[in-house]
Design a protein around this ligand. Sequence first.
Ligand code: AHG
Ligand code: MN
Ligand code: MN
Ligand code: MN
Length: 335
Amino acid sequence: MLETNMTFRQFLLHDYRNEGLEKDLVFLLEDIATACAIISNHVRDGAFKGNLGVAGSTNIQGEDQKQLDVIADEEFIRHCSNCSRVAALVSEEVDEVHWLKKETKAGDYIVYFDPLDGSSNLDVNLSVGSIFSIVQIAEPIDTSTDASVLIKGSKQICAGYSVYGPSTSLVITTGHSVNGFTHQQGTGEFRLTFKDMTIPETTSEFAINASRYRLWDEPIRAYFDECLAGVDGARGSNTNMRWTASMVADIHRILTRGGVFLYPMDEGNRATGGKLRLMYEANPMGFIVEQAGGSASTGTQRILDVTPTSHHQRVPVIMGSKDEVARIDAFHGKS
Ligand code: AHG
Ligand code: MN
Ligand code: MN
Ligand code: MN
């Protein structure tokens, strides 16, 4: 039985005994939880250490890196390298795949991560977080080419995120249900505080950066117009809007009380296929959202079915309450 307040280790051992979670995955997830606790500490200490600003470098995404983007990336790499079954680490902040093994074995893991999500919120003291995704390879892969990590989201065996907000939370799925933990400062443990998180199927709350309205394609404009029309429009009911500029925080809210999150492809990001990254943001969050009873779509396709063509690939993202995602899919002509 999953008991409220049980430690993350107790939870993982429960999964190990009852759900066949591999021992090495238990260790890897504990290491990731440690990395998140340490990153959370770096974020809270940022103002003292003068770490909240830019690093003076640009990442492969063309973004100015924050010092904490780089620090968080180093923590992920350091902690995920402990596990001898990890073949490769793939990060939003690093151009190339970081291969830990030359020879891989069937059953080895690949870890994909966004070490710090929402990093533009750092200097204004709003929520940020980390996102990770784990894929298990079915057979040995060729480590001489980065193309070997291009594996569909539907193959994930685990995904999770941590939010560094008023408290630090860790939410994970190992492919059956979604559970949320809160970092308890006194004990230093992540403890189970949100059991079996589920997303209500219907919602009246949406999250989108509406300043991009002029850049959107017709289906997104039509959906948005209908939301704004409220009781006076075809929807027949009023809506509410939230946008935190941090995907982890927006998705965490949706996992808690429902809603839909959209970052569509638009005229401003069409050249790159969208803004959010398939392997570090859309896939892990899509897996978690589906496991919690929601849906994750590009508007025309299930996110987890997208075949990756590059590890830094971007995609349009629409995810959250099932009925709302279906409504937006319908605007795109998808049934
Ligand atoms: P990151 O900080 O990892 O680069 O991701 C930022 C993402 C995502 O968290 C958020 O939803 C979105 O960018 C915000 O974009 P806008 O600034 O365009 O609103
Ligand atoms: Mn970034
Ligand atoms: Mn991000
Ligand atoms: Mn990031």
